[in-house]
Design a protein around this ligand. Structure first.
Ligand code: NDP
Length: 307
């Protein structure tokens, strides 16, 4: 059975950055990329807020560069998805694609989170062409245009408020007659003049042409169907951290996010660390994920030195 000192699970900014640091520290890490190499960032097109790229950078290219950087220093970056893990004690045993097993002295979980989508075929068709689950990533492309945000939680309110500063008009599509968000966020939305809440509405279809989204077809609770014209359609109906495989061993919060000790990336299991969106319900940015990957690799280095 293959053995490694440092196993990194997840090929997003957190995982690749952890691999860069761990390989430069001589730990010869092994990284499994999972089902979505490059992570959530690859669902967008251009990244304009990653420092160092004044003209913006293609999201997939950015992730490829991070991966190449890790490989250059000796990380073994592999296609493959972790299908089970025994994290009861070090060394940890992890199964890949239900076939291969690898044993690791330390593990960094960097499996990210997945945005929830409505599940409409038209939403899938226009993903990256006007449909987005990240206002901070893609909002800028809709400057002075009209957009819609689905959801009524804190994220939806935050994204709607953020977009209202960029866009001409923001519709919030809310399926009930009240918001789930905190009172403070509700007040902020209510006091923003270019946000209009469409209460009791569900999305039937995202409308568009070959250039992308042109509108949304909605249905009111009373059955009335109507269209709105928008160029951008933002989902803010929650995220799901990809922690299910590990939550038998590591502590997670009520939404499934892995709990780290705050000052470091350590979980409750000695030798298991977490980085990126799987442990971060708050910031969820490529740059914050990368930074937490760095922290995790430094924590692993220290942990292995002490062993
Ligand atoms: P939430 O689960 O809190 O809210 C999801 C929202 O999406 C709800 O309004 C829900 O409607 C709606 N929704 C869910 N499914 C659908 C659907 N199929 N169609 C239409 N609407 C749907 O998720 P958030 O991401 O907003 O927040 C997650 C956690 O993170 C929360 O605890 C939140 O407080 C926290 N957070 C805190 C922030 C802060 O403090 N600044 C910022 C962002 C998040 P319904 O209400 O009807 O269920």
């Amino acid at each position: 059975m293959e053995k490694t000192r440092c196993l990194i699970i997840g090929g997003g900014p957190a995982g690749y950055t952890a691999a860069i640091y761990a390989s430069r520290a001589g730990l010869s890490p092994v990284l499994y990329e999972g089902m979505e190499p490059g992570g959530q960032l690859t669902t967008t097109t251009v990244v304009e807020n990653f420092p160092g790229f004044p003209e913006g950078v293609d999201a997939t290219a950015l992730m490829d560069q991070m991966k190449s950087q890790a490989i250059r220093f000796g990380a073994s970056v592999r296609r493959g998805t972790v299908t089970s893990a025994d994290l009861s004690e070090s060394p940890f045993t992890v199964s890949i694609d239900n076939t291969d097993e690898i044993v690791a002295d330390a593990v960094i979980i960097a499996t990210g989170a997945s945005a929830r989508y409505l599940g409409l075929p038209s939403e899938k068709k226009f993903r990256g062409l006007g449909v987005s689950a990240c206002a901070t990533c893609d909002g800028f492309f809709y400057r002075k245009k009209d957009v819609a945000v689905v959801g009524g939680g804190d994220t939806a309110c935050e994204e709607a408020t953020y977009l209202a500063g960029i866009c001409r008009k923001v519709y919030m599509i809310v399926r009930r007659d009240e918001l789930r968000a905190s009172k403070a966020m509700q007040n902020r939305v209510m006091s923003t003049p270019n946000i209009e809440i469409l209460w009791n509405c569900n999305t039937l279809e995202v409308l568009g042409d070959e250039a992308g989204v042109t509108g949304v077809r909605l249905v009111r609770k009373d059955g009335g169907v109507f269209d709105i014209n928008v160029d951008g359609f933002f989902l803010a109906i929650g995220h799901h951290p990809n922690s299910d495989l590990f939550s038998k061993y590591v502590n997670v919060d009520e939404n499934g996010y892995i709990i780290t000790d705050g000052r470091s990336s350590a979980t409750n299991v000695d030798g298991v660390f977490a980085a990126g969106d799987v442990q971060d319900p708050r910031y969820r940015q490529a740059v914050t994920a990368a930074a937490s990957g760095c922290r995790a690799a430094l924590d692993v280095e220290k942990y292995l030195l002490g062993k």
